[in-house]
Design a protein around this ligand. Structure first.
Ligand code: ZN
Length: 206
């Protein structure tokens, strides 16, 4: 077994929700008028299984997408979101791992790619905005190195551990059409899928 940690890394959901706070001053001030809440796709929506396309050029459309993603993520509330979760199949991730007493710390990862992962693994309890109110333990490398582009299109690299490493892996899975339940046993995954498929059918019948 891997070394575990009891910290609950809810990669998409946490209990607190700060009302008014600082948001990324660069993107938010320029696009604040245009930002919009978007619907989050829920399991078993097939679009969640789509492999997202790389961003070729960081244009106004991509910047608007990022603003919408932050708006949607903070509202949910969640700490990480991939663009496909709001139905846009682009390799874009937003994240904010700041604790509730800390100022917001919006982070954007464009075309993120894991270039190295540690042998050592850790277990975090994960959740997902696309699989609401379901949490389970997932084992992943405790440390990863990720290459990505920032909002200015500059290549960046981060060596992440702890919660950041877990969330990056969770969100990078999303851009590849993978969900955290894919890391669970087949039995558990099928149980979750069945529950959400039933719920979707019930909702459609109303
Ligand atoms: Zn997720």
């Amino acid at each position: 077994m891997a070394s575990g940690t009891s910290a609950a890394a809810r990669c998409a959901a946490r209990a607190d929700h700060r009302g008014v706070s600082r948001i990324d001053p660069v993107s938010a001030t320029a696009y604040i008028a245009a930002m919009a809440l978007r619907d989050i796709l829920i399991l078993p929506d097939k679009r969640l299984r789509q492999v997202s396309d790389p961003v070729k050029k960081i244009d106004a459309g991509v910047r608007k997408l990022v603003v919408d993603m932050f708006e949607t993520m903070y509202d949910a509330p969640g700490i990480g979101l991939a663009a496909i979760q709001i139905g846009t199949p682009k390799r874009v991730i937003t994240m904010d791992l700041a604790k509730k007493e800390e100022p917001r710390n919006p982070q954007v990862f464009i075309n993120p790619e894991i270039v190295w992962g540690s042998q050592e693994k850790a277990i975090y309890e994960e959740g997902c905005l696309s699989i609401p109110e379901y949490f389970d333990d997932v084992e992943r490398p405790v440390q990863v190195r990720v290459k990505y582009l920032d909002l200015e299109g500059k290549p960046q690299e981060v060596e992440a551990n702890g919660l950041l490493a877990t969330c990056l892996q969770h969100e990078i899975d999303h851009v590849n059409g993978i969900l955290f339940i894919d890391h669970l046993s087949k039995l558990k995954r099928e149980r979750v899928l069945k529950k959400f498929t039933k719920a979707a059918k019930r909702a459609a019948a109303v």
